[in-house]
Design a protein around this ligand. Structure first.
Ligand code: NDP
Length: 259
């Protein structure tokens, strides 16, 4: 298994939960990335305090304002990242930002379905489009013909709840808009993998496990996994996957999840 060795990474929704966990783990790596672009909706706000503290200690950490449901915000963020990178490309894009509404089939609404789909599915689509030139540049600048997350990759944070075959934890929550958005995100990941393979970009949908975050703990059960365990597991998976795994749906331990 190779070591995950990226020069640059973008993480969306990096101010709390799994996104913040990714940033912390990247900073702690023996060979940390030269650039960690931590994006969040309100970089100066109270909700980004921990990220601000980290950035004051680590010059490699750049906080960038990004609302994934706003195409203009995505374009502006991609331009800023490009400026920082100078002539070099972006190795890793982690589409982590997401929302969940605790709705049942009876209580879903047009507004909630739309908001959840826009954030969880359209956001990653537009992010992939906007960051494609930078990802391509990283792939072109890397030696070898294979695919890897160290070279150029899009990681879409999906959920087992999007598996149509297994209908994971249905008895704990129907969360219909969330399930639909993640099933669609899985399809998007497959489409991206097919279209971007020729550019040398690996694309994968990843389930982080059931994790102790604001979202994971939104119901009445305490999730079994800590952010640290989940992120450590996912980084191990990302370090080991190659062209064989592009376009697949994996969990935090590298197990294949049925679509
Ligand atoms: P949290 O609710 O703890 O954090 C969500 C993050 O996404 C926050 O940083 C939030 O920012 C950001 N975000 C939400 N909407 C937007 C938006 N429109 N634009 C930009 N940022 C946004 O969630 P988790 O850390 O638990 O989840 C991270 C990912 O993992 C999600 O995609 C989720 O679906 C997935 N996942 C999580 C599981 C779990 O058990 N925790 C299980 C399966 C999948 P803000 O602070 O501004 O709201």
């Amino acid at each position: 298994m190779g070591e995950l060795c990226v020069r640059s990474v973008v993480v969306t929704g990096a101010n709390r939960g799994l996104g913040l966990g990714f940033v912390q783990h990247f900073l702690r790596m023996p060979k940390p990335p030269q650039w960690i672009f931590a994006t969040c909706r309100d970089p100066k706000g109270q909700g980004a305090q921990e990220l601000q503290n980290l950035a004051s200690k680590h010059p490699s950490l750049v906080i960038i304002s990004l609302e994934v449901a706003d195409p203009a915000s995505i374009k502006a963020a991609a331009a800023k990242v490009g400026e920082h990178l100078g002539g070099s490309g972006l190795n890793l894009l982690i589409n982590n930002a997401g929302i969940l509404k605790l709705n049942t089939l009876d209580t879903e609404t047009l507004e909630d379905m739309t908001q959840v789909y826009t954030t969880n599915t359209i956001g990653p689509l537009l992010m992939g489009q906007a960051f494609l030139p930078l990802l391509k540049k990283a792939a072109q600048g890397s030696p070898g013909s294979g695919l890897s997350c160290s070279k150029a990759a899009i990681v879409n944070m999906s959920s087992y709840a999007g598996s149509i075959q297994d209908m994971y934890v249905w008895e704990f929550g129907q969360v219909v808009s969330y399930r639909c958005s993640k099933a669609a995100l899985n399809m998007l990941s497959k489409c991206q993998s097919l279209a971007y393979k020729e550019h040398g970009i690996l694309c994968v949908a990843l389930h982080p496990g059931w994790v102790q975050t604001d979202m994971g703990g939104a119901g009445s059960f305490k999730p079994p996994l800590t952010v640290d365990d989940s992120v450590q597991g996912m980084l191990k998976v990302l370090s080991s996957i190659s062209e064989k795994e592009t376009g697949t749906f994996l969990d935090w331990e590298g197990k294949v999840i049925p679509w």
